[in-house]
Design a protein around this ligand. Structure first.
Ligand code: SAM
Length: 318
């Protein structure tokens, strides 16, 4: 079957199935072949990749992904799209559609299963002679896991946090998001866009904006510009920290009320067990002023602050 990624074919499919576009699911379907090609090129999708696609919609991007990848798992919430996907992906046996809400879907269990299936294919005589051998072209192949999605914009942040904090190691993630969100995620310390999301992205990934996309590339046209956000997940975190959870609670506390100083934002936030004096002392050790705001601190400074506070709390009298 021919690719469906242009205006006329997309209109025909929508008409033929009597499909009503649902705003509540953030449905803006891509109709620009140039953008579709740019997405698969930028994510460097290749034959050893297993790709998670969030929200395949009509299957447009899925077709491009499945033509290049080893396997695509496409998770779609809208039941009305499932029969359409069966039709548009009929010629792509390596595309598996799952009808689920990505926020409730157990990504780690799914990818454990995929990894096991893949291992079985690579080691067909597991129980007999030759067990553990890798055969043919597969011998050279190391499977990579990627996420590629034209994200429904209403769930961008929870989806990103779920993927970043999850167990499955995806080595590349490429998302179409609102341009404004992409800028926030790549913001520099001290700027108005800099925040908890920026720091989470920097802790887990090397991140950059790989291009902007105009509203005319979608049906229906979104009210804002979009951007491609490319994230390569670090194999080793760029900063070390004793208590990762505590560092993120400190980050959230510091940005919870941006106009508060860091000391006032942190004290008592989400049950953090530090007094204002302890936070002031930790800042002093780091040669930072007591009235500093969270937006002035880099990721490495948040990690150092968290470690200082851990040390101080260990020195408390019993
Ligand atoms: N990938 C298609 C494309 O590029 O043309 C569609 C992208 S559209 C922006 C977002 C898609 O995500 C829609 O198909 C929508 O139904 C689906 N979606 C919305 N919320 C979802 C959720 N919670 N879980 C899974 N899919 C969701």
């Amino acid at each position: 079957m021919e690719y469906i990624g242009n205006f006329t074919q997309t209109e025909q499919i929508l008409k033929r199935h009597g499909f009503t576009i649902r705003k509540k699911y953030g449905q803006n379907f891509l109709i620009d072949p140039g953008t579709l090609t740019k997405i698969v090129d930028t994510a460097e999708v290749g034959p050893s990749d297993i790709v998670l696609e969030i929200g395949p919609g009509l299957g447009t991007l899925t077709q491009y992904l499945a033509s290049r990848a080893k396997k695509v798992i496409a998770v779609e919430i809208d039941s009305h799209l499932i029969p359409i996907l069966a039709e548009t992906l009929a010629d792509y046996p390596n595309a598996e559609v799952v009808h689920a809400d990505i926020l409730k879907f157990d990504i780690d269990a799914c990818f454990d299963r995929v990894r096991e299936e893949n291992e079985k294919i690579r080691r067909p005589e597991e129980d007999g002679e030759g067990s553990g051998q890798v055969f043919g072209d597969e011998a050279e192949e190391e499977v990579r896991y990627k996420v590629v999605a034209n994200l429904p914009y209403y769930i961008t942040t929870p989806v990103l946090m779920k993927l970043l904090e999850g167990k499955t190691h995806f080595d590349t993630m490429l998302f179409m998001v609102q341009k404004e969100v992409a800028e926030r995620m790549c913001a520099a310390p001290g700027s108005k866009d800099y925040g908890a999301l920026t720091l989470a992205a920097a802790y887990y990934t090397e991140i950059r904006i790989a291009g902007t996309v105009s509203p005319s590339c979608f049906i229906p046209r979104p009210g804002v510009d979009s951007a491609l956000l490319l994230m390569h997940v670090w194999k080793e975190r760029p900063v070390g920290v004793i208590d990762e959870k505590q560092m993120f609670a400190l980050i959230r506390g510091s940005f919870n009320q941006r106009r508060k100083t860091l000391v006032n934002g942190i004290a008592g936030f989400e049950g953090l067990p530090f007094t204002k004096d302890e936070v002031k002392k930790a800042l002093e050790e780091m040669e930072l002023p007591a009235n500093v705001r969270g937006e002035a601190l880099t990721l490495a400074q948040f990690a150092a602050l968290s470690d200082q506070l851990t040390h101080l709390s260990r020195q408390r009298p019993e």
